[in-house]
Design a protein around this ligand. Structure first.
Ligand SMILES: Cc1ncc(C[n+]2csc(CCOP(=O)(O)OP(=O)(O)O)c2C)c(N)n1
Length: 274
């Protein structure tokens, strides 16, 4: 066991709280992306609370670990994790997608404390993560780059160009987290353009690969530890997840990729998350 029983209970509670934020925020905005946010909840909660060296009081600290949400549409989970970590007030979550607010549908690196890049156009995060990790090596900094990529996003060619670069420069301070929920915008990934044998693909590019259940807090925690221990090559965590995880009617369907719950659906979702 890498995390104590108490820590496990704390994190489990926190993931529930974050899932409640996700449905409330999208309900408030009448839009947004709950499906891919709910699948990434454990992955981001454990990362920010147990592994990333960040200081919410000094978000621009030069030697901090950086996180790049390459699947930039999943801001409901991202903002919720950042707010719960103390980067900005939790109450601000309910300004999600307001025209005069800063919590836009896709994250803006300039205006939101804790957000390291603007993203939303799929495929670009790993390239940025590589640059930051390479600079860290040149600076002699301990800084690590964490990049979350969707499995549908893996259909973007730039991801693979970047994956070659990470391995070429032996960037062991890069950890790619693949939220492998099997579904993209309007269909199953395998129906659109399959990403079969994903482990073999990354291994053949020179990466260390860890395959886990992305909702098992223990496995998620251990995967990040293994990534930190792995030297000489980058690590890809292939996390099997369920799109819409935690809310029965949102699970395992593309219908909730970019759809907000109405009043009645919100009530049911919150009940399920009690
Ligand atoms: C370059 C680019 N092409 C298309 C889109 C539109 N788009 C937004 S989300 C999405 C599907 C992404 O699927 P996946 O990466 O699996 O995300 P998740 O299921 O984790 O939400 C698409 C095609 C985009 N944002 N950027």
């Amino acid at each position: 066991m890498t995390i104590t029983v108490e820590k496990n209970a704390y994190l489990k509670d926190l993931t529930k709280k974050i899932r409640r934020h996700i449905v409330k925020m999208t309900h408030h905005a009448g839009s947004g992306h709950p499906g891919g946010s709910l699948s990434a909840t454990e992955l981001l909660t454990v990362l920010f609370n147990e592994h990333m060296r960040v200081d919410p009081k000094n978000p621009d600290w030069n030697d901090r670990d950086c996180f790049f949400l390459s699947k930039g549409h999943c801001t409901p989970v991202y903002y919720s994790v950042l707010a719960e970590k103390g980067f900005f007030p939790v109450e601000e979550l309910m300004t999600f997608r307001d025209v005069d607010g800063r919590l836009h549908g896709h994250p803006c690196g300039e205006h939101i404390p804790g957000v390291d890049i603007s993203s939303g156009s799929l495929g670009q995060g790993l390239s940025v993560g590589n640059g930051v990790a390479l600079a860290a090596k040149l600076d002699g900094s301990e800084r690590r780059s964490y990049v979350m990529i969707g499995d549908g996003e893996l259909q973007e060619g730039q991801v693979w160009e970047a994956a070659m670069t990470t391995a070429h420069y032996n960037l062991d301070n890069v950890c790619a987290i693949i939220d492998w929920n099997k579904i993209q915008l309007d269909d199953f990934v395998e129906n659109v353009k399959g990403v079969k044998n994903l482990g073999d693909k990354f291994r053949s590019f020179g990466w260390h690969v860890i395959e886990i259940d992305g909702h098992d807090l223990e496995q998620v925690d251990e995967a990040y530890r293994e990534a930190e221990r792995t030297k000489g090559r980058p690590t890809a965590i292939l996390a099997h997840t369920v799109k819409g995880k935690g809310i029965s009617f949102m699970e395992d369907t593309h219908e909730w990729h970019g759809l907000a719950p109405n009043d009645e659906q919100l009530e049911i979702a919150l009940k399920e998350l009690e």
